[in-house]
Design a protein around this ligand. Structure first.
Ligand code: FRU
Length: 514
């Protein structure tokens, strides 16, 4: 079923406001989301290149997802903001491109907020403006040996994000002569009643404040001597969570398993300065494929969740993965919380509850020795397991996710090295990049305690949530057929596994083109 491709050819016109005036006709070929390796319950663009999620904001019952997009190729190029909306965080409707590059540059990553009090004056009495805050990247700067080619700018929409006007006074934050100066994430700081921007500046974060989103003043800097510094800092996010403040910082390269990854700091933010609880490096996700993720703005207080989504790829090989006519997908939406531990506060991530609507009836199982869990049809599923060793020290175990071709994805616990791991070396295509193989590991020591695992398995991705999201690993794989067969192997005769297996349904069933 997944081997043939259906295309719908759609001709449509995008009505877009660039500096308030342009209408650009675009021809788009859209796919029916059944191509090889097309993920079935993750967001991906119909075609062409996507990287970071941008401008995530909830407004009038719609979750907006903008994203770094190059509509002319399946590799990175002049960046636009692609756009999709969802009413439930699970099913997505594609909308026309929101922001096009212009004479000031490409449209790099950034955020969006709803300006309820019209502090910017860009809204109107009937409708508050959604303000997008993004980086302009002037492609002529680098070749000309300039360093000031990334600046911060805004655009606004008063029609629920359907059309956008770039602000006439851009840039709102000029460049002070620093080459890496980008990815503004703006929040409303309730206590001081002003906007705060977290900006990635080469190897640290700068915080700026503004009364109106157009005039910005530097408040403080964080991170030059804290955290991981194996690469450039990008895509920050700052938010309150469970009585603390969290700062997310992506960096590339320098991740725990190579290439791109996202670290975080828990601490306090007093409206000016961020102070971290300690100097440790903590990773939001140890897998290779969760980068540049940030959280939604505007989630109503009665909901109160902090909802995260990341780009499910890695700059090490993202532009080479064997998919066509599109490249890249996002992680599932995840809810973040703080877990206090003796070693300090940890940020946990679990799939948003809305995903449960995709579940079929649970199939329960118990395994007391090596065994097969379930032969699934369809191959997209959620497997939940509690693994214990009768109160003894946890022993090594391994899950094999396989198909009829014997492609095998390994997920395991190594009791000698006290590590969890994912190994995709024998799980389908790997030769498109020298950087794709190699075991992905995460330090983990359950001691005598039970381990709970939740695996979200799509046709080409695994998201592993351990102990209610205390540890997370996300990894892509490229098999021709889904890994619908799972077996459990253990060295310890007493390991007990209680589990539930849920078949998941696809989110694109009703997809009929843009
Ligand atoms: C992160 C990133 C951002 C930048 C964007 C460009 O993946 O490098 O720092 O704004 O991608 O597409």
């Amino acid at each position: 079923m997944r081997r043939y491709v259906t295309y719908l050819f759609t001709l449509f016109v995008i009505g877009c406001t660039t500096q308030g005036e342009m209408n650009v006709p675009v021809t788009t070929e859209t796919a029916a989301y059944l191509e090889p390796h097309r993920l079935q319950f993750h967001f991906s663009p119909p075609e062409m290149w996507m990287n970071d999620p941008n401008g995530m904001v909830y407004h009038h019952g719609e979750y907006h997802l903008f994203y770094q997009y190059y509509p002319d190729s399946t590799v990175w190029g002049p960046m636009h903001w692609g756009h999709a909306i969802s009413k439930d965080l699970v099913h997505w409707e594609h909308l026309p491109i929101a922001l096009y590059p212009d004479s000031m540059g490409y449209i790099f990553s950034g955020s969006a907020v709803v300006d309820h009090q019209n502090t910017s004056g860009l809204g109107n009495p009937d409708e508050p403006a959604i303000i997008a805050i993004y980086t302009y990247h002037d492609p002529e700067g680098h070749p000309a040996s300039r360093r000031d080619f990334q600046t911060q700018a805004i655009a606004f929409s008063t029609d629920k994000g359907r059309t956008w006007t770039k602000y006439k006074g851009n840039p709102v934050l000029p460049n002070p002569g620093i080459q890496d100066y980008r990815d503004p994430k703006v929040i409303w700081h309730q206590e001081t009643e002003r906007w705060i921007m977290a900006l990635a500046v080469k190897d640290h974060i700068r915080f700026y404040s503004s009364p109106n989103l157009t005039d910005w003043k530097e408040e403080s800097r964080f991170g030059e001597t804290t955290g991981a510094h194996g690469g450039v800092w990008e895509c920050p996010d700052l938010f309150p969570l469970d009585g603390r403040w969290v700062l997310l910082v992506s960096l590339n390269p320098g991740g725990p398993n190579g290439g791109s990854a996202t670290q975080y700091f828990v601490g306090d933010f007093d409206g000016k300065t961020f102070t971290a609880q300690d100097n440790s490096t903590r990773w939001l996700d140890y897998g290779r494929d969760n980068y540049a993720g940030v959280t939604w703005a505007g989630i109503p207080e009665r909901d109160g969740r902090r909802i995260f989504m990341g780009w499910m790829s890695n700059w090490d090989y993202g532009q080479k993965v064997p998919t066509t006519p599109w490249r890249s997908a996002m992680t599932v939406p995840r809810v973040l919380n703080i877990l206090p531990t003796p070693a300090g506060d940890v940020v946990t991530s679990v799939p948003a509850r809305e995903l449960a609507q995709l579940r079929g009836e649970p199939v329960q199982f118990i395994i007391t020795k090596d065994g097969a869990i379930k032969t699934a049809s369809g191959g997209i599923y959620n497997l939940e397991m509690e693994i214990s060793n009768g109160g003894n020290e946890m022993e090594s175990f391994e899950l094999h996710l396989t198909n009829a071709e014997n492609d095998t994805l390994l997920v395991g616990y190594d009791a000698v090295n006290k590590q969890l791991y994912i190994d995709r070396d024998k799980a389908g295509k790997t030769d498109f990049s020298d950087n794709f193989t190699g075991r992905q590991t995460a330090p983990f020591n359950p001691g005598r305690k039970m381990i709970s695992l939740s695996l979200l398995v799509d046709t080409g991705s695994l998201e592993l949530f351990v102990n209610q999201g205390e540890l997370v690993m996300t990894s892509l794989f490229f098999t021709d057929n889904p890994l619908s067969h799972v077996t459990f192997h253990s060295s310890g005769p007493k390991l007990m596994v209680y589990g539930r297996w849920f078949k998941l349904s696809a989110i694109w069933d009703n997809y009929v083109g843009m």
